[in-house]
Ligand binder design. Structure first.
Ligand code: NDP
Length: 304
């Protein structure tokens, strides 16, 4: 039986450290790091993520603002608004909440950000620094995943790591980070021929594919560190039973909200893994904590 690897204790330590440094900056300079989230359209998931980020900023003493633009915003208007934020001295971090509604191009919009304000770490310049293993703003979710793995005490160096998912937000930057940490990395995706054969020999398995309860014990090596990045809203009662049995909390969620959250890894994997992150409660809290840390770093780097 493995250990549940909760994200909150590590996230709390990072948040405390950021809050202390923000308080010191306020005392010494009379300023605090500031972040603007740009949200286009009314995607409910994006609205909810932005609310969580605003709440974290308030709790840690950072300044934050949300720039809400209507769904029909043109490319030129979005670019002009991003240019204004790039030029504003009091704005240390800009995050463009993804996905942008079509026909806006997310990758193009990210490339308009000033790299030293790109607190999500998605700008090609920052991704280039990551590839070169040089300091820079790093994508927050992969950073959180690496720190979570380190917190187990299991050595990343020399390990065999399988990453399932190759998105620009999680899988690809994480592959670079794990390589920089000297793991031997295999990146899997929807065309991978024998997924179970790759994942079941990995000492570290990171699941980021967005399919509830996809990985079962048969996909996992005995004693492995398994990080479940998946965050999926599940509303089908039969699927909820397959994942959680008769868990009354899940039934309550279904009654209250019409869905419950599930990761990409079936909870039964805890019987075989050495460590398994819960979802929710694993990687999510770290993503926000590292976003706060990146904003502080952007402030320190630009404003001294
Ligand atoms: P994407 O949809 O962008 O990418 C999914 C990846 O999984 C793709 O590379 C896809 O392959 C691969 N994939 C899909 N099906 C399979 C399969 N059957 N076998 C192998 N690989 C497969 O997802 P994201 O990276 O944005 O997100 C992944 C999950 O992580 C989601 O549940 C998301 O909600 C969650 N997430 C959680 C965060 C957090 O902070 N907790 C932050 C970001 C994401 P291909 O490239 O071939 O299509």
């Amino acid at each position: 039986m493995g250990i549940w690897l909760e994200g909150k204790p590590l996230a709390d330590r990072i948040r405390d450290q950021v809050a202390r440094e923000v308080a010191l900056a306020r005392e010494a300079k009379g300023t605090v790091p500031g972040i603007v989230a740009v949200i286009v359209g009314d995607n409910p998931a994006s609205q909810s993520y932005v609310r969580m980020k605003e709440k974290a900023c308030r709790a840690l003493g950072l300044w934050s603002e949300v720039l809400r633009l209507p769904a029909g915003t043109t490319r030129d208007v979005l670019k002009a608004r991003i240019d204004e934020l790039n030029a504003a001295d009091h704005v240390d971090g800009i995050l463009v909440q993804l996905p942008l509604p079509p026909p806006l191009d997310s990758q193009e919009a990210i490339s308009w950000l000033r790299p030293d304000k790109d607190v999500d770490g998605f700008h090609p310049y920052n991704l280039g620094l990551l590839m070169e293993n040089r300091p820079g703003l790093r994508p927050c979710t992969p950073t959180g995943i690496v720190e979570l793995i380190k917190s187990t005490g299991v050595a990343i160096e020399g390990s065999e790591a399988a990453i399932v998912g190759r998105s620009m937000i999680v899988g690809k930057p994480l592959a670079a980070m794990m390589t920089n940490e000297n793991a031997t990395v295999t990146v899997c995706h929807s065309r991978t021929r024998d997924l179970a054969q790759v994942t079941s020999r990995a000492g570290i398995l990171i699941a980021a594919l967005g399919k509830p309860g996809f990985f079962g014990p048969e996909h996992v090596k005995e004693g492995a560190v398994v990080v479940d990045v998946g965050s999926n809203a599940v509303s089908d009662p039969a699927e909820i039973r397959r994942l959680f049995g008769d868990d009354p909390k899940r039934e309550q969620d279904l009654r209250d909200k019409g869905y419950t959250w599930a990761g990409d890894v079936h909870p039964r994997v805890i019987e075989k893994a050495g460590w398994l992150t819960p979802s929710p409660g694993g990687v999510g809290p770290l993503t926000i904590a590292f976003l706060m840390k990146s904003t502080l770093e952007a402030y320190q780097h630009r404003r001294g």
